[in-house]
Every structure is written in structure tokens, then in C-alpha cells.
Design a binder for this molecule. Structure first.
Ligand code: AHR
Length: 523
């Protein structure tokens, strides 16, 4: 039976204000993320082992005028601060953090210890440490979010780090920070994560859920003695695993958020599975929605059992499109995205907007060079295909309230998708939609984000806005005839957004494999 596509938006049925933190980022000491993306990297100025120098101008030194007074790349700061408006960044990892000792990365740079890098290989120079991260965050107007080393790190070391960052008294580590930075004010790091992917067998210091939960409970208690105002993020898995259930049950009364990680490009459980086909990639983010829905239930179960009245939110603090056979440790996880990946990115963001009553933080993994929307060379950068949906969402879908939508749509018509995409709901729909209502100077605007995921079919869709009249519409469309099209060095942006004004007639034609953002002005 054929389903007639239709979209109904209900502006008065609000889900939740959209958290600006849905557009957050992630920096890890991996490949050219820090050394190359945040600091310059050139033939003589490459503090990290250059396993993967940029193919474009690897023998060029970044000119001084492209750097801030602290030596950070200006172009990356400008893009993240002024265009993507990234509100929060997670650091220093990722897998890297599980053997990171923060004390190696503070104080005079020429005395910092070079260390073997256990997560991704090579060596770490520690030229970018806590004080550099905070200085970069200040310049970029970004809230810092630091992950603690729960692999090889000790509780005492973690407590020293928190005292170093947030201490305001006359204590040793607060004074050490003052000496190192030359300023009195604390770094004021509000968000701290209790370890990274401690469940993973690739982790230095893998633990069972029970052992981790016990340890994290002790850490949480002690951390709050140093700074009771901290927001603590516990290490979850994909949100629907036994790990998540055990850890939430033990820690529900000690934490503010639980962290979820998932990449499309491969499944959450089978990390060896290759998901190269269009369908699996573009419809893949439905798996995240399923994870969030299950995790919501696990959170509430744990809250009821422990009689916790305050909400626990989700920090989806690693998400994105990653084909592990393309972005490998050998190439510093540099993946060159195609047009289909941009559609997947738009679907990811739709999930977060629809689930914004429980998802408070979402960090794209990662912010520069490493499986990232942005690729730098010594003197420039280019925007990958996935940059564009992220930019549109951050600009138009953040300052408002997510509202309910009802979507009638044909479902994915290709081969059966893997079980993990939506084991309960069946085949994902072609049309994937979210909507945000905002109001400026008394004028209401409804932003409706529609991904038509069908590879070959365009749809004429009645788009009904309950109890509201639309005066006019602004359209932002991301489309390319070739789903394999990419952006790259030395060519015009192959994939970019086309913007225009249009007459509103209560329906819209969504082209095959397209992302359309309709900005509807309401009477
Ligand atoms: O983002 C790349 C890696 O993916 C991170 O280091 C790790 O946490 C995850 O497995």
C-alpha cells in the first residue's frame, strides 16, 4: 500500500526549548586535530609526530598573521565562534584521555614531557595542555568540558586537576595555576566527564560496568567535595546497553548527565561491520533516536529506584559519520565526506532537536580535521559537505522551542536495513523532519528541517501548520545530483547551500536526496 507523504507541524505542542549545547564540538589529541587544527603545523613547527601531514602544503609554515597572539589558528576560531557558533567543546579525548596525565601539559613549554601516545600511536609533546585549552576556549567564547582519565589516572590526580582549574583559595594547585597563567581568575570548568568509553576493549584500562560504577561513585563523591557546583557526566555506552543500565542504577543520585556515543557508518554493536551503502549511511541516525528513547527509560527507571527528583540529561558527546575503513588511525581519522554524508548529518541533527527534552549536549566528533566538517592546510581550509547542515541547524534551529511534527512518508525501499537501525519501528521513513518555533520582536518564525532520504524519488508534500498562517518563506536547500560529490582543495565548493525566497502555497516539493530548511514566517 502506497503512503501519501504529508507533514503536519503543531507549533503549540512544544517538546522543549532547544539546548544551544546541541551544537557542541570535540577536540582530541589525535591526528591533526590539535596540532594542525588549533595550533599550526608545518615542517619545523610540528610538535606532534606528523603521521599525516596535510597533502596540500605540508612543507609550508603557517604565517604569523594567520595566528592569534597565543599562537592559535585565527581561521578555525572564526569559523567555530562566528559561523558554527559552537557553544561547548569536549577535550582532551576520546581514547587519548585514558592515559593522559594533565600535569605533563602545564608549566613552561620547554620543560613539558614528551610521552608515548598509547591510544593512537606516535608521541605527544604536551605543548597544548589545560591552560592552552582554556585560553583557546576564552578566545572562541566556548564553554570547556573536560574528561577525566579513568584509565591509568588516579582519583587524587583528578582532584588535583579540578583544584587547579577551579580553585579560588590559597591552595597549592590554585596557586600553581595563578603562577602558570599570570591571572587570578579560575578556569571555571563546569562540565567534567567521568572517563571515556571505559567499556571498550580498545581502551587503556577497560573495566566492567560494575567495577566502573563503583569507582565512579567514589570519584563523584570526592569531586563534589572539591567543587560542589560541577556538572558531572557519567560514561554511558550507546544508551541501550547493559552497561548503561548498570551504571545509571548505581549513579543516578550522583550525576547530572549520562554520555552516549554512536557513529553512523557502522553499527553500535558490530564495530567491524562496513556500512558503505547509501541507505545504511543516510538512514543510520534513526539508530540514535532509538538509543535515546531506550536510554530515557533507563534514566527514569534509575531515578525512580533512587528517588531522584532532578532530571538526568543525555550528553551525546560523540556522534557523527565515520567509516572506520576510510578514517583510520594511520591517516589521523581524516575522512573526506560525500553528499550522502551531509544528509546523514542533517538527520543526526533532526534526532537531537526532536529529542531535545532529554538531550542537553551533543558534540560532533570531531571539530577539526579528525572525522570533521572542517579540513585545514597550513594556510587555509575547506568546508566538507557535512559542514553545511551543521551550520544551518546552528543558525536557524537553536534559539527556540522544538515542536511536534507528524510525518506520513513512504519507508526506505532498499534492502532490509540492519536490525540496529530501528528494531521496533521497522523500516525508517524517507522523510525525516524536525521543527523549531522561535520569536524575535514579537514575530514568530517556524523553521522546518526536512531530509528527503530517498535516493531517487522527489515528493510533493502538503505541509500543514496547525492553527497558524504563513506569510512568506525563505528556503535553504542542500542538493547535488551526485550523492558521491565531495568538496576538496583547489575547486569551487561543489556542495553548498542555495538560498531563496518563495511564495507559500501550503505544500513543498522535496527533491530526491535533499536537505531543505524552510523558514516560515507566521502572521
Ligand atoms: O572520535 C574518535 C574516537 O571514537 C574517540 O577517541 C573514542 O572515544 C571513540 O571510540
Amino acid at each position: 500500500q502506497t503512503v501519501q507523504p504529508a507533514i503536519d507541524v503543531f507549533p503549540s505542542a512544544t517538546i522543549s526549548p532547544v539546548s544551544p549545547y546541541l551544537f557542541s564540538g570535540f577536540l582530541e589529541h589525535l591526528g591533526r586535530c590539535i596540532y594542525g587544527g588549533i595550533l599550526p603545523a608545518g615542517p619545523t613547527n610540528f610538535p606532534h609526530t606528523p603521521r599525516n601531514p596535510c597533502p596540500k602544503d605540508q612543507f609550508t609554515e603557517t604565517p604569523k598573521e594567520l595566528l592569534t597572539k597565543d599562537g592559535f589558528r585565527k581561521d578555525v576560531i572564526e569559523l567555530l565562534r562566528d559561523e558554527l557558533r559552537v557553544p561547548l567543546v569536549r577535550w582532551p579525548g576520546g581514547n587519548y584521555v585514558s592515559s593522559y596525565h594533565w600535569e605533563d601539559g602545564v608549566g613552561p613549554k620547554d620543560q613539558r614531557k614528551r610521552r608515548p601516545e598509547l591510544a593512537w600511536g606516535g608521541e605527544e609533546s604536551n605543548q597544548f595542555g589545560t591552560d592552552e585549552f582554556i585560553a583557546w576556549c576564552r578566545e572562541t567564547k566556548i564553554e570547556p568540558y573536560i574528561i577525566l582519565n579513568m584509565g591509568t589516572g588516579t582519583l587524587e590526580e583528578a582532584l588535583r586537576w579540578i583544584e587547579y582549574c577551579n580553585g579560588t583559595g590559597d591552595t597549592y594547585h590554585a596557586n600553581l595555576r595563578r603562577r602558570n597563567t599570570g591571572r587570578d581568575e579560575p578556569h571555571n570548568v563546569k562540565y567534567w566527564g567521568l572517563g571515556n568509553e571505559v567499556w571498550g576493549e580498545w581502551q587503556v584500562g577497560q573495566q566492567t560496568a560494575e567495577a566502573y560504577a563503583e569507582k565512579a561513585r567514589q570519584w563523584a563523591h570526592a569531586i563534589r567535595l572539591i567543587d560542589p557546583t560541577i556538572k558531572l557526566v557519567v560514561c554511558g555506552q550507546t544508551g541501550l546497553d547493559q552497561w548503561d543500565s548498570v551504571v545509571l542504577d548505581v549513579l543516578a543520585d550522583k550525576i547530572d548527565l549520562t554520555s552516549l556515543h554512536l557513529y553512523t557508518g557502522f553499527g553500535p554493536r558490530d564495530r567491524t561491520q562496513k556500512e558503505k551503502e547509501y541507505g545504511r549511511g543516510v538512514y543510520g541516525p534513526d539508530a540514535a533516536e532509538y538509543s535515546i528513547e531506550i536510554c530515557r527509560g533507563l534514566i527514569n527507571k534509575a531515578r525512580v529506584a533512587k528517588n531522584v527528583s532532578k532530571p538526568i540529561k543525555i550528553a551525546f558527546d560523540e556522534y557523527g559519520v565515520w567509516d572506520e575503513t576510510v578514517g583510520t588511525p594511520e591517516n589521523g581519522l581524516e575522512q573526506y565526506y560525500n553528499f550522502a554524508d551531509a544528509l546523514a548529518m542533517a538527520s543526526w541533527l533532526n534526532v537531537f532537536v526532536r529529542q531535545s527534552d532529554v538531550v542537553d549536549i551533543a558534540c560532533i566528533a570531531q571539530s577539526v580535521n579528525v572525522i570533521s566538517p572542517l579540513i585545514t592546510s597550513a594556510t587555509g581550509y575547506f568546508k566538507q559537505t557535512i559542514y553545511h547542515p551543521l551550520h544551518l541547524f546552528s543558525k536557524y534551529m537553536r534559539d527556540g522551542v522544538a515542536v511536534k511534527v507528524q510525518v506520513d512518508s513512504p519507508a526506505f525501499a532498499g534492502e532490509t536495513l540492519p536490525q540496529w537501525i530501528s528494531p521496533i519501528k521497522g523500516q525508517p521513513k524517507d522523510l525525516d523532519v524536525s521543527a523549531v518555533l522561535s520569536s524575535t520582536d514579537g514575530k514568530k518564525t517556524l523553521s522546518v528541517a526536512v531530509v528527503n532520504r530517498s535516493e531517487s524519488k522527489s515528493y510533493d508534500v502538503p505541509l500543514r501548520i496547525a492553527f497558524e498562517t504563513v506569510t512568506d518563506v525563505e528556503v535553504h536547500e542542500l542538493w547535488h545530483e551526485n550523492v558521491q560529490a565531495r568538496n576538496g582543495w583547489g575547486k569551487e565548493e561543489e556542495v553548498s547551500v542555495k538560498t531563496r525566497k518563495a511564495k507559500w502555497e501550503g505544500k513543498w516539493t522535496f527533491r530526491e536526496h535533499s536537505f531543505t530548511l524552510l523558514i516560515l514566517h507566521l502572521a
